[in-house]
Design a protein around this ligand. Structure first.
Ligand code: NDP
Length: 676
């Protein structure tokens, strides 16, 4: 009660400061606004100075809390500096009510001892956060002075905006100014040995400025060091994309399609080189990357090259006095953010439809697999794509966040995990950007008793062990009818035991490395959890470190039996080579169990009963389904999820709806009939 009362009095004080200023805000005036006696205000705060001190402590704590939330989310020192900038120059601080109260505060700091204390604590906190982050980027001596400069600029920019009655700058331009300043200073201090964006080397990097390293997860070999794109780089990229998009959209669909078609051919011609690079960056077997990753990307470019000239609106007959038509127009600048499991394919699946529809694309690959997206840019350049229509920016989640928040970007298409999907959607909501989200899954694969067992085993293996299980649509909950389970398991184990784990660049290798140490730990953690929960490992269940594999993150294909629906390994996405076997007898029951998940990406049914196949598929809550196959994704067929697995669709003509917007036009053919 007391807390609610003091909170109310503080809010009333902010209102009063905003409306009648410092001098007009007397204790009795505030008490009367709040509908309480001056004695009660004095009881809580002593005098006017006490009330003001409490008010500014509250305002300063709000900034601090905002800063902490952003700082925890940031994954780099540069991100933590940005958190300080963004929190202190947030739009709330440019709100007239809060801003005017702050101005009163600055005017009294020198005169009121309590306010000085608040200001000292606020400054100390900001400086220490800045110094802490800067020490990771520049020499310790420089960190102190640079922190003081940034703090002074934050206060200065805000004060100038406030004194100009918010005409000189708003929150966005103030943050952009500070961001550009910080990026410029950090660049200067790292200039002597800035790491080029795409060098290839075997020497472990010295971390300079904001950069990151990508390794071959199968060997630990360093592949490249790349610079992280901060605000200033993103601003420039968006400005270039905006200018380029207008010209690109003005070309005919046939002209755009011709360039995409050329890019498809160039990609195919470079299949060997690109597949090798993808294998080195992801740890996936060359056996896969040489027939899927690049080819699927090229297919997508070719498909949308054909679609580009066919994009159109419709004509609507509205009687003799009017007709209507719709125009299908591009959205503008699209940000594509990719996951690490199919880097080039994801880049193409987003870029091809976006470009076909006349948009520009700024693509950020995962920091774990940044290399092939840059090769796609080369290919598109060579195919004749105008400058700026497709750009690649490198970085971690913070760079992705900058894209999702940028006011110049009209749509975000993400492939990633569910938590990232939620964060992207929340950030995009601020400027009502369109979003497509391709997220995770825990999909069911149902094998009925009349299924072709060898095909069903093939499907289950493809749906669990391809790309070492790092596939979003994997059918990791394998429900097998009790009548055939023993035969199914026998064949499954015989075939899994013959799988070859090894050097991903060896064409005979079928199982490569997981993407990273952290992901290896996660997958092994789930395997341990499965054992602890009582599931039985039929095969695999261990890391593989034999011969040359000790430096990589290899896990043997693993099959768990004796699982039940509540186990973590059955409910949660593992994203590794881990299959869980479940049995069933009744169709209704297995459908209910298959649907008992928050995910809804994919599902499959193996049966030779035609009507059952379609009946069951119709009841499964999943966006992408297969009958008697698994994980096959032709470009012609839309791909995407329902429930927590995502929004929107990639591929097929359906993708066009997610990269265009409709304009409706009414055309009058007669006079205007107005009642006045
Ligand atoms: P993450 O969600 O961790 O990352 C996806 C991308 O988003 C990365 O480029 C990442 O940057 C970036 N990112 C992270 N945080 C933010 C943020 N706050 N704002 C904007 N961008 C951000 O997924 P993973 O890369 O780990 O990929 C695995 C996940 O992707 C799995 O859950 C899998 O199911 C899903 N997936 C879904 C597919 C589908 O089509 N449905 C296909 C493939 C994977 P960085 O990593 O560089 O920090």
């Amino acid at each position: 009660m007391e807390e609610a009362r003091t909170r109310q009095l503080i809010e009333v004080t902010i209102d009063s400061l905003a409306e009648v200023g410092f001098v007009g805000s007397t204790l009795s005036q505030i008490a009367s606004r709040a509908g309480v006696s001056p004695g009660l205000v004095a009881h809580y705060f002593g005098d006017k100075d006490g009330l003001l001190e409490a008010t500014f402590r509250t305002l300063s704590r709000r900034i601090h809390e905002r800063m902490q939330v952003r700082s925890v989310a940031a994954r780099t020192p540069r991100g933590r500096i940005q958190a300080v900038i963004d929190a202190n120059l947030a739009s709330e601080e440019f709100d007239k009510r809060t801003g005017t109260a702050w101005l009163a505060f600055w005017g009294q700091v020198l005169h009121v001892h309590g306010l000085k204390r608040v200001q000292t604590a606020y400054q100390r906190r900001m400086l220490s956060n800045l110094v802490h982050a800067l020490k990771k980027l520049v020499a310790a001596s420089e960190a102190q002075s640079l922190a003081a400069m940034i703090a002074a600029m934050i206060d200065g920019v805000w004060l100038r905006a406030a004194l100009s009655d918010w005409q000189e700058a708003d929150s966005e331009s103030a943050r952009a100014l500070l961001t550009a300043f910080v990026s410029g200073r950090l660049k200067e201090s790292a200039q002597q040995d800035t790491v080029p964006a795409v060098t290839e080397s075997h020497t472990p990097p010295q971390r300079k400025s904001d950069s990151f390293t990508t390794i071959n997860p199968a060997t630990g070999e360093v592949l490249a060091h790349l610079e992280i794109a901060g605000s200033a780089v993103i601003d420039t990229a968006v400005a270039r994309a905006k200018a380029a998009q207008k010209k690109w959209a003005a070309m005919t669909g046939t002209e755009r399609g011709r360039i995409l078609r050329r890019a498809a051919d160039l990609l195919r011609a470079r299949n060997k080189e690109l597949a090798e690079l993808e294998t080195r960056d992801t740890g996936k077997p060359i056996q896969e990357t040489s027939v899927v990753d690049v080819i699927s990307g090229a297919d997508c470019l070719e498909y949308f090259a054909g679609v580009a000239p066919t994009i159109c609106g419709e004509h609507l007959d509205l009687g003799t006095q009017a007709f209507g038509y719709t125009r299908r127009e591009p959205l503008g600048v699209v940000a594509g953010i990719g996951a690490w499991n199919y880097p080039l394919q994801i880049a193409c699946w987003k870029t091809a439809p976006a470009l076909a529809c006349g948009n520009a694309m700024i693509f950020k690959p995962s920091d774990l697999t940044p290399l092939t997206a840059m090769r796609l840019r080369e290919v598109l350049d060579e195919a004749g794509l105008p400058d700026g229509v497709f750009q690649v920016v490198q970085g971690l989640g913070e760079t992705g966040r900058l894209l999702t928040q940028h006011p110049g970007i009209d749509k975000v298409s993400l492939t990633g995990s569910v938590p990232t999907g939620k964060a992207v959607m929340a950030a995009a909501a601020q400027s009502l950007k369109h979003v497509t989200l391709e997220l995770g899954g825990k999909s069911p694969l149902i094998v009925f008793d009349d299924a072709h067992i060898e095909n069903a085993v093939s499907g289950a293996m493809l749906g669990n062990f391809y790309s070492a299980g790092e596939v979003c649509s994997n059918g990791t909950r394998v429900f097998v009818h009790r009548a055939i389970k023993a035969r199914f398991v026998e064949r499954l184990l015989a075939r899994v035991s013959a799988m070859r784990i090894g050097d991903p660049l060896d064409p005979k290798t079928q199982v490569g490395s997981l993407i990273s140490q952290a992901h290896l730990d996660k997958v092994l953690g789930y395997i341990a959890r499965g054992r602890a929960d009582g599931a039985k490992v039929l095969i695999g269940g261990n890391r593989v470190t034999t011969s040359d594999l000790a430096n990589g993150f290899f896990v043997a294909p693993t099959v768990f039996d004796e699982c039940h629906d509540e186990m973590a390994i059955v409910r949660e996405e593992i994203f590794g080579p881990v299959m869980t076997l479940l049995d069933f007898q009744d169709e209704n029951q297995v459908v209910a169990r298959a649907n008992a998940t928050d995910f809804g990406l994919s599902a499959a049914v193996f049966t030779n009963d035609l009507t059952r196949a379609h009946r069951v598929i119709a009841r499964l809550e999943a966006g992408t389904c297969w009958i008697n196959h698994y994980n096959i994704t032709p470009i012609e067929l839309p791909f995407g999820g329902v429930k927590l697995s995502g929004l929107g669709r990639e591929n097929g003509r359906a993708a066009i709806e997610h990269y265009t917007q409709l304009k409706s036009v009414y055309v009058a053919m007669g006079d205007v009939d107005a009642p006045y």
